[in-house]
Design a protein around this ligand. Sequence first.
Ligand SMILES: *[C@@H]1O[C@H](CO)[C@@H](O)[C@H](O)[C@H]1NC(C)=O
Ligand SMILES: *[C@@H]1O[C@H](CO)[C@@H](O)[C@H](O)[C@H]1NC(C)=O
Ligand SMILES: *[C@@H]1O[C@H](CO)[C@@H](O)[C@H](O)[C@H]1NC(C)=O
Ligand SMILES: *[C@@H]1O[C@H](CO)[C@@H](O)[C@H](O)[C@H]1NC(C)=O
Length: 534
Amino acid sequence: MMSPILTLFYFFLFLKIATCGVQNNNFTFNGFGGAKLDLDGIASITPEGLLLLTNATRLMTGHAFHPAPHRFKPPTGETLSFSTTFVFAIISEYSDFSAHGMAFLVSPTVNLSTALPTQYLGMFNSENNCDAANHVLAVELDTIKNPEFADINDNHVGIDVNCLKSVESRPAGYYSGSATDQFESLNLHSGEPMQVWVDFAGGDMQLNVTMSPAQMPKPSRPLLSATVDLSSVVYDQMYVGFSSATGSSNHPSHYVLGWSFMVNGEAESLDYRKLPQLPRSKSKRKPKHIVVWMLPVAIFTFALIVAATVILVVGRRIKYAEVLEDWEQEYGPHRFSYKELYRATDGFKDKELLGVGGFGRVYRGVLPASNIEVAVKRVSHESGQGMKEFVAEIVSIGKLRHRNVAQHLGYCRRKGELLLVYDYMPNGSLDKYLYDQTRPSLDWARRFMIIKGVASGLLYLHEDWEHVVVHRDIKASNVLLDGELNGKLGDFGLARLCQHGSDPRTTRIIGTIGYLAPEGDYHERRVCVRSVPS
Ligand SMILES: *[C@@H]1O[C@H](CO)[C@@H](O)[C@H](O)[C@H]1NC(C)=O
Ligand SMILES: *[C@@H]1O[C@H](CO)[C@@H](O)[C@H](O)[C@H]1NC(C)=O
Ligand SMILES: *[C@@H]1O[C@H](CO)[C@@H](O)[C@H](O)[C@H]1NC(C)=O
Ligand SMILES: *[C@@H]1O[C@H](CO)[C@@H](O)[C@H](O)[C@H]1NC(C)=O
């Protein structure tokens, strides 16, 4: 009589043997999210659940095996039948160019670390290719024509036994199965998902390979049908999986979307609704050729450059726009371009602002061409009647040369604006010294010298020049001081020119009340009446 403990022991022993005996004979992956595959090389499972064997990386291999081996041959007896189906996609960088392919394989080991990329598809290397010791059965999806392996073209499906030189191969495609049973070609590296079925019957040793675009029913006529004696190829236990390889200049991405397998039975159909999506940007919008995407990019870039140039040119035109009329031609030498003044004053920045007067703002600047320091006065001025005369006056004033007269260098006209350019006076105007408590006060000798200077300047204006210039607004703020504090008459904005001997009846009185000469104030018409004996 057996003790209960022993009974229990035998029971568990029986259970253990039973579970070992009933080895899993099938599996199905509708997408690989969470799947425990044996991955190596650069193979990975993407977050979307795609099995990415090799990605766009050069000279790489990728392998993915079901982690548990499957029984292919009982210790005694014939090779078992098996069936597998999978959906794959090869996304090439350039769909016109060939790229290296991939393979489904039945292998005695998952360690393919010595296998090479490129034409060896990550399965063999130059030494062990075609060696019977490999014990490998493969179905290759080859996208390169390798003459050394007697490849038929650069887009074929082949049955390989231990060797890349296929036992049997056909151009990729399928038979439509309709009345005409037409052959339809498929492009392996089109980036579109396609399905492959591999069916092996152990009894008559027939191996069929069938393919079609994904989601199409399995074509009834296989693409490849060969008699392959696997009895000396497969061991009792074999691993099933995939291998792929990239090239040196072509590095496509090899994807498997779903996979099912069964020993001694037909592999379960894949559920297309559960298959993960391929990265659309890479497959759907795959351009035909490098030129196809280069061209729009080039055109776009060109258009962008043209637009930017136009905006820049128009912008500069507007920014530096000036008003120049025909009558100004003769004043060419006295005219400054707005661009030059803009640059000189650093874009009329506030830090260059010297002062704000009743007539506008005055900026300090350095003329870029000559490095001369200048003062630029911006005066609002609507062009129209009087402008011509005004400019003529300014130009005339520019011809004045006297050490006590601030040199007027020229002008520039813009819409609604007049810019007057003078010599820069480092010490500013006299009123600053007289009224600004922060400045050192001038001694009497200096004051006297300034007054003499102003008088000397006035004498020149009234007596010694070819025209009579009546300043009419001589006040401290219009007396400028140079580096040595010499007084210079400035701001001729209000001056009027008279021909010697003319009778300027039209001359209006303008100026600052209190600074106008009494006789000018009183005898308006006599302002310019001084005549020079001819
Ligand atoms: C497939 O495998 C599962 C266990 O993983 C088993 O339960 C099922 O019966 C198998 N299917 C067939 C048709 O053998
Ligand atoms: C390819 O995969 C490797 C390893 O997973 C990764 O380091 C690399 O960035 C990937 N390259 C591209 C182009 O996706
Ligand atoms: C794979 O095989 C190589 C040589 O055949 C060996 O050096 C390496 O250790 C093996 N790797 C694993 C993980 O077994
Ligand atoms: C292979 O294809 C042929 C022809 O269609 C068919 O008669 C045979 O049963 C198929 N064998 C397998 C194992 O599917």
